[in-house]
Design a protein around this ligand. Structure first.
Ligand code: SAM
Length: 637
């Protein structure tokens, strides 16, 4: 590790299978290290460093890094001791995300790599419904087990097998007993500083290695407080010290450290904080309006880009490992063949599941990563309203829409709480809500100290209002949709489960449905004494330390009936047409950005319409007159 906060090149978000396999490997490993511990490894006492002169919060990152890397032999020894070893954890995380694949890619010559890549892309077309028909290893009897094969016959086989089972159960029971006894015999380490030591600490600069070792040891105690807690010390004393250490080591405000810590078990919390020090993998989304992932991958490989499909859950994502060219400035980028987009940002759109020819509203759309994905999934048919309250941000939204060639999009600039008064009756709505950003601390370290209690009241308040507006703007009678997806890049319960639960209570005409996402953890149905509607568990949580993606939350609603809060549906179409007319007359988007070249595009649109109809076995000439008003205008309003 070159730095406490280092680039993570390897971490492909794993598939569910990969993830589960690695998780169980990890717990096997834990069991192993526990028994090693019981075998008599002694905990070394912590040491205090005396040489530093600055406090951690004032320390520069480079200094911190140097401290962490340049370990003295004794310090290194100390780090071997704890059961929860962060070095090991971060190694484990790397392997979790397919190191082997990357090494293969690096080792392979280009031709070989191209072949591998092709294979993967070929597989990608076929993987659905494909079963792994390799036989697993079969258990075999062995002499070691004390069973004479010659004595084994149908009559005694059952009795022998029962005997073996009993012996195994007994062995397991004894091993467990030994473990517990050994743990109880272990001296209870005095990890917490005494009052005098605390006092002395105040006058001394902080040593990061000491803090780190103590965090790990405290976590270990908290995970088995009954056996490892020191006499006369309460659990909360350990938690308080750990929180202080987290603030000092990772640079969080006490308020945010505690809020985030409370979401997890102590071990997992430490993994989460650690993961926030590591950049997520660079990922791009293929723009299927302009190219295919396989073609894009090949072109980028030819430019010296080292890449790999993200995982079986997306057919448009690519993970970039290394690149000899700036990935945000290749000719393919400029031509709109892809967009740089975090893997987690694909998820809400996958959950939204846009259909061709629908009317969709992206309520908080800038800079347009999700709008352009929605548009691509709709194959530029129907209409996407891309709204954002921040006018300045609509510039990047429009720029992305242009670059990616989305011709079914209308940009608007309202406070989304004004919907459905602006327009209602949508088939689907995405509310990718403004949030505190506690899921993307790796990207924006300022969140660690900038978020206050007030934020976690004000932001959820806005999110609740926006979500109700979204619900009221959807057409419950939509033939294909009636869907609302709510997402945030925050892991705070106030912004996620609490908002969803509020909406369920305020709008009984919606229900939560399965988001249809292959990965993700169930959302909470209760949290620190608060109970949420049982169905809230259908929503999904994503964590950096679990999937190596940004922290994220996704909930999918189905509107089952209209309500008195909805806008007059009949009016919606009229409003939409009036808005289009107004936009056309005012030529709003043409001040700063190039024209789409409507005439130029028309022939392509017409051609793609014909091809799509022919594919469905419909004569394009027969349907031409019936084209509805939903065809793209290429105008932003
Ligand atoms: C998380 S970002 C959206 C990211 C976007 N969906 C994407 O994928 O590129 C949240 C957006 O909400 C916008 N926003 C904040 N308050 C809003 C409001 N009341 N109405 C509409 N948009 C709002 C912000 O300007 C910001 O662009």
């Amino acid at each position: 590790m070159g730095s406490r906060r280092h680039k993570n090149k390897q971490g492909a978000p794993p598939s569910l299978d990969e993830f589960q396999a690695k998780r169980s490997k990890k717990s096997e490993h834990k069991g192993k290290s526990r028994s090693e511990d019981a075998d008599g490894k002694k905990h070394k006492s912590k040491r205090r460093a005396e040489s530093d002169t600055k406090t951690v919060s004032k320390r520069s990152k480079t200094e911190r890094v140097k401290k962490t890397v340049a370990k003295e032999p004794e310090q290194a020894e100390e780090e071997e001791l704890p059961e929860v070893d962060l070095e090991e954890l971060s190694k484990a995380k790397k392997t979790l995300f397919d190191d082997e694949a990357e090494e293969d890619l690096e080792e392979a010559g280009e031709d070989e790599f191209d072949e591998d890549l092709k294979d993967e892309f070929d597989l990608e077309q076929e993987y659905e419904g494909e079963d792994d028909d390799e036989e697993g290893e079969r258990p075999v009897f062995s002499d070691d087990e004390g069973v004479d094969m010659e004595d084994l016959n149908a009559a005694n086989m059952e009795a022998l097998s029962v005997k073996l089972d009993e012996e195994q159960a007994l062995e397991e029971e004894e091993a467990e007993k030994e473990l517990t006894e050994a743990a109880q015999l272990q001296p209870r380490a005095q990890i917490l500083p005494t009052e005098d030591e605390e006092e002395a600490l105040r006058d001394h600069p902080i040593d990061l290695n000491t803090v780190r070792t103590r965090m790990i040891e405290i976590v270990k105690v908290l995970e088995d407080f009954k056996n490892l807690g020191a006499e006369g010390r309460s659990r909360s004393e350990y938690v308080d010290r750990l929180l202080k250490d987290i603030c000092e080591y990772f640079g969080y405000s006490e308020f945010l450290a505690e809020k985030l810590f409370n979401l997890f078990s102590p071990t997992e919390a430490l993994e989460f904080f650690e993961a926030n020090e590591v950049s997520r993998p660079v990922t791009i989304r293929t723009n299927s309006l302009k190219t295919r992932r396989r073609d894009l991958a090949q072109t980028l490989v030819n430019r010296g880009v080292n890449l790999k499909p993200i995982g079986p859950w997306t057919k448009v994502g690519l993970q970039i490992f290394e690149s000899q060219v700036p990935i945000g400035a290749t000719p393919e980028y400029l031509a709109g063949h892809y967009i740089l987009q975090a893997a987690s940002s694909f998820l809400p759109v996958v959950a939204l599941d846009p259909h061709e020819n629908e009317r969709i509203l992206d309520m908080a759309a800038a800079p347009g990563g999700k709008t352009t994905y929605i548009s691509a999934m709709m194959k530029n048919t129907g209409c996407v309203f891309a709204n954002d309250a921040n006018k300045a941000r609509t510039k990047s939204l429009i720029a992305n829409i242009h670059r990616l060639g989305c011709t079914n999009t209308i940009v608007c600039n309202y406070d989304a709480r004004e919907f459905p008064k602006v327009i209602g009756g949508f088939d689907r709505i995405l509310l990718d809500a403004p949030c505190s950003g506690t899921g993307v601390i790796a990207k924006d370290q300022s969140v660690k100290v900038s978020r206050t209690d007030k934020d976690f009241m004000q932001i959820p308040h806005l999110q609740k209002q926006l979500l109700l507006s979204a619900i009221d703007s959807v057409d419950a009678n939509s033939k294909t949709g009636g869907i609302i997806v709510y997402s945030t890049c925050s892991v705070a319960v106030e912004e996620n489960e609490a908002v969803v639960d509020y909406a369920l209570r305020k709008r009984p005409n919606v229900k939560l449905v399965d988001a249809g996402l292959a990965i993700g953890k169930e959302a909470f149905v209760s949290y620190r004494g608060k109970k949420f509607h049982q169905s809230v568990k259908l929503a999904r949580r994503y964590y950096p330390h679990v999937y190596n993606v940004d922290g994220f939350f996704v909930a999918k609603f189905q509107k089952i009936a209209p309500s008195k809060h909805d806008d007059n549906q009949a009016n919606a179409r009229e409003k939409e047409n009036a808005a289009r007319q107004e936009a056309l007359e005012e030529g709003i988007i043409h001040d700063d950005f190039a024209d789409f070249g409507n005439e130029e595009d028309k022939k392509y649109i017409e051609k793609s319409r014909k091809v799509s109809l022919l594919k469905k076995g419909i004569d394009p000439k027969a349907t031409k007159k019936n084209q509805g008003p939903k065809s793209a205008t290429n105008k932003s309003a």
